[in-house]
Design a protein around this ligand. Structure first.
Ligand SMILES: NC(=O)c1ccc[n+]([C@@H]2O[C@H](COP(=O)([O-])OP(=O)(O)OC[C@H]3O[C@@H](n4cnc5c(N)ncnc54)[C@H](OP(=O)(O)O)[C@@H]3O)[C@@H](O)[C@H]2O)c1
Length: 265
């Protein structure tokens, strides 16, 4: 059966490859990007064989995330899968217009806000796939709140990715898994994308390694067996969480801080 799949950061790297693979399998692709030209190019390519809609939004802006959620909800009463894939690692522009660290905003807060807003559409066997990383470090709450903007690229990225996993596993306990499940995944380390080339100046491994696991998590695996889990594609298996993602108090504090920043209840 054809599924409706929203994927953020669909214009490059793993997101682009995943969109192509899912489209080739007959699924409806709601492709998000921040660059209109790249989105148009993807639309032209996928429209020849499948059904695709495109959505433009810069995820470093809260208003843009809200607009994205609204546009998707305007066009669809339900979606089957949300793949929160867009992320930033290396950037010269650390601070957003809201005075927050862009790495936390794009990698942690935007997918959280988008997921919260789209939850009603994901009811009834919906899946949220959160693309994390093997790079994970304990979250500095001052940095998350924009009170400390001096983290280096890797520090901020690793913290933002553990924060993503922490809210993913927390939400999996708050939401009925028969309605919506949440899975986080390290798609594989040092895959040859723009992010890896820019940060590490290496060619990297095949992007398909990452795209294949996202396709598998979006379409296969029995839903009720995987909610709240973390798949590590470097090991090709579900793996025990970082201790912070198992720490109820830390997860509670993280969610509270994120809700305060985003002014959510
Ligand atoms: N590559 C790896 O080895 C690796 C390893 C572990 C985890 N990951 C994760 O895999 C996911 C995909 O990364 P990738 O390696 O494919 O990187 P990538 O090629 O740089 O793709 C990142 C995507 O995110 C989009 N994006 C970045 N900032 C954005 C913003 N402010 N607003 C909206 N979209 C934005 C980019 O848009 P543009 O196309 O406009 O640039 C691009 O489509 C990320 O979550 C990353 O952390 C990758």
């Amino acid at each position: 059966m054809s599924k409706t799949i929203l994927i953020t950061g669909a214009t490059d790297g793993i997101g682009l490859e995943t969109s192509k693979k899912l489209s080739q399998r007959g699924h409806i692709i709601l492709a998000h990007g921040r660059n209109e030209e790249k989105l148009d190019k993807l639309k032209k390519e996928l429209a020849t064989t499948g059904r695709i809609e495109t959505y433009l939004a810069d995820l470093s802006s809260k208003d843009a995330v809200l607009y994205l959620a609204k546009e998707v909800a305007k066009n669809h009463s339900s979606i089957n899968v949300l793949i929160n894939n867009a992320a930033v690692l290396k950037t010269s522009d650390v601070m957003t217009t809201d005075g927050l660290d862009v790495r936390f905003v794009v990698n942690t807060l935007a997918p959280y806000l988008l997921t919260k807003k789209l939850l009603p559409l994901l009811k009834g066997s919906g899946r949220v796939i959160n693309v994390a990383s093997a790079a994970q470090a304990s979250v500095n709450f001052h940095a998350l709140s924009g009170k400390k903007l001096s983290l280096n690229d890797m520090e901020a990225y690793s913290q933002s990715k553990l924060a993503l996993i922490m809210w993913s596993t927390t939400m999996s306990k708050q939401v009925n898994p028969n309605e919506t499940i949440f899975v986080s995944v390290n798609p594989g380390s040092l895959l040859g994308t723009k992010m890896v080339r820019d940060a590490f100046n290496i060619e990297g491994k095949s992007i398909s390694i990452g795209a294949n696991i996202l396709v598998k998590l979006a379409l296969h695996y029995k839903s009720n067996t995987i909610s709240g889990k973390y798949f590590d594609n470097d090991l090709n298996q579900f793996r025990i969480h970082h201790p912070d993602a198992l720490d109820k108090q830390k997860c509670h504090d993280l969610l509270k801080t994120m809700n305060d920043i985003l002014k959510l209840s």
